[in-house]
Design a protein. Structure first.
Length: 229
């Protein structure tokens, strides 16, 4: 059981006052039709540089005790470099994020891989965990954006605080090609330990490496729940 302490479904035509936009670029984000849209392209810097535009950081205080932070989004996986993230962000030297990645893989270049990873940066030093979601899914005629379109969306991600432990996860959906039945389950990554948590909830998108093309992510909602003791 959990009590909802924050929820934003991006209704209206502008961001609510509880958001701080880090490195704002008004031409690359908009609130419309119940979604937050953020555009990322080949000129978007990685998050570790401190120059990633339009990182949305919550100004509200986190609840004491345990909590669960979550979001739902859809994204155009087109460049193989996009990283849509949910996290706790202080600055580019101190943060924890969870993000899925989709990319070419396999010896013959006709296979799709999708992973989910968590990254903890403490004083600029990284610790990471990752898990495979799709591994070398084969296609006879491989076109990356067409292969990525087989990823079931929307996608939910979460970070749960359990004492001084933080566990990230993703809700992954798989559709059986024969029966067309879709099943979903939460896939959790190993826990991080944070002794003095300073960051605030944040969402955004960046390019892992500069690349051609662009990606749009639509965040449907962001939610924070206080977990029962």
């Amino acid at each position: 059981m959990a009590a909802e302490v924050f929820f934003d479904d991006f209704e209206g035509d502008d961001l609510k006052e509880h958001w701080e936009v880090i490195n704002p670029d008004p031409d690359a984000f908009i609130v419309e039709e119940g979604s937050l849209l953020i555009l990322s392209n080949g000129n978007t810097d990685p998050i570790a540089t401190g120059n990633t535009p339009n990182i949305l950081k919550l100004t509200n205080e986190l609840p004491s005790g345990n909590w669960v932070l979550s979001t739902s989004f859809t994204a155009d996986f087109q460049t193989e470099q996009e990283a849509v993230f949910l996290g706790l962000y202080t600055d580019n030297k101190t943060y924890v994020i969870v993000q899925p990645r989709a990319f070419h893989c396999g010896n013959w270049g006709n296979r799709l891989c999708v992973t989910v990873e968590t990254i903890k940066i403490s004083k600029g030093k990284p610790t990471t965990f990752s898990k495979r979601l799709v591994w070398e899914q084969g296609f006879e005629n491989f076109v990356f954006d067409e292969a990525a379109a087989t990823i079931s969306q929307p996608i939910e991600m979460r970070i749960a605080k359990e004492g001084r432990k933080y566990r990230a996860g993703i809700q992954w959906k798989v559709t059986n090609a024969k029966t067309k039945v879709t099943t979903e389950k939460w896939i959790d990554l190993p826990k991080f330990t944070i002794l003095r948590q300073k960051g605030k909830p944040a969402v955004g998108i960046y390019q892992v490496n500069r690349n051609q093309g662009e990606t749009v992510v639509n965040f449907d909602w962001v939610k924070l729940e206080a977990a029962a003791e």
